[in-house]
Design a protein around this ligand. Structure first.
Ligand code: HEM
Length: 148
């Protein structure tokens, strides 16, 4: 479905641009689901207080949200459609708001927009030119997470 959307919106004769993203809701939903399932920072950055307080430091774990069945139904399934309304074009705002791979609040990742831009341009460029397949008689990649 993502490659169909790439073919329909970008075609094969030019590289993707960020303007294309506005017309590619399914691709956006795939990238959101990739960031939910392949969260690169399971334990968020540690923070500490500057003044004496009863709380010394908080180590928040983003995975507790990204893999919470109360927030994302069947969290072990890779399902980009969870971010899209039934029309396949508009986004489910509550689901998108719960996607927090960049943290939240004052110290949220300052590189979020450049990271999201790179994800879109690199992944669509790859899938525009290549199909990624499991080899004949091969196994799909092992997605068992590694702790830490
Ligand atoms: C997919 C890629 C990335 C992910 C998932 C990510 C995620 C995060 C997370 C979870 C934090 C901690 C937020 C918190 O403390 O609550 C963070 C902080 C930060 N990130 Fe990223 N990041 C990404 C890419 C980038 C890039 C490309 C840059 C720079 C161009 C960047 C620069 C920073 C900086 C400077 C901070 C510290 C912000 C602060 O403490 O005020 N990140 N990032």
């Amino acid at each position: 479905r993502m490659q169909k959307e790439i073919d329909a919106v970008i075609g094969r004769d030019r590289p993707p641009t960020m303007l294309d993203k506005l017309s590619m809701p399914y691709t956006s939903a795939v990238l959101m689901e990739v960031q939910r399932k392949a969260n690169v920072i399971s334990f968020n950055t540690p923070h500490r207080t500057l003044q004496e307080t009863s709380i010394a430091a908080i180590l928040s774990q983003l995975t507790t949200v990204l893999d919470d069945p109360k927030v994302f139904t069947q969290p072990t399934c890779f399902n980009p459609d969870r971010f899209l309304d039934d029309d396949g074009k508009s986004f489910r705002r509550a689901q998108v708001a719960s996607l927090v791979p960049f943290g939240i609040g004052k110290r949220q990742c300052v590189g979020e927009s450049i990271a999201r831009m790179c994800l879109f341009l690199v992944v669509t460029s790859l899938l525009q030119r290549y199909s990624l397949l499991v080899p004949d008689n091969g196994e799909p990649p092992d997605l068992t997470p590694t702790y830490g």
